[in-house]
Design a protein around this ligand. Structure first.
Ligand code: C2G
Length: 129
């Protein structure tokens, strides 16, 4: 069984996220999503609309997602890959090159980011109404 992992905040879930998760799952048989905790989002400088519990409920309802674990810091990826016996690390192309060091532990794949949709854009558009 090919095990895939991806990381993110996934706030205000939108079709760009779903598109990423769909393609991530197509890279294997079992998809783990490491979901940024509220505390880690503060470190990332991201203000979330939904807290971790709600974002986790939303992700767990997606057919492509098999397991959701907390992402608490920038440095847990290697340990996660070993602990969960990950074959492939997948993330959007906005991170191109940033996680190549994980090649030592598993395949690293950057998937094209879905254009013209982001949580920030949604917030801005809502602000205009
Ligand atoms: N994404 C995408 N297309 C979009 C928006 C997001 O493909 N239009 C992808 C991102 O590239 C990422 C995932 O969806 O792979 C989640 O996006 P974010 O919630 O913005 O995650 P991010 O803040 O990039 O967190 O340690 C890694 C970080 O936790 C990644």
């Amino acid at each position: 069984m090919k095990r895939v992992i991806t990381y993110g905040t996934f706030d205000m879930l939108h079709y760009g996220h779903i598109n990423l998760l769909k393609r991530a799952k197509e890279n294997g048989d079992y998809l783990i999503v490491a979901l940024s905790t509220n505390e880690f989002n503060e470190i990332k400088g991201k203000k979330c609309f939904f807290d971790y519990k709600k974002r986790k409920i939303l992700l767990e309802a997606i057919r492509y997602v098999d397991l959701v674990i907390p992402e608490e810091n920038w440095n847990q990826k290697k340990d996660d890959i070993i602990k969960y016996q990950i074959d492939k690390f997948v993330i959007g192309s906005d991170w191109e090159g940033k996680f190549d060091y994980l090649n030592e532990y598993c395949d690293v794949v950057y998937l094209e980011r879905t254009p013209e949709i982001s949580t920030t854009m949604i917030k801005n558009k809502l602000g205009e109404i």
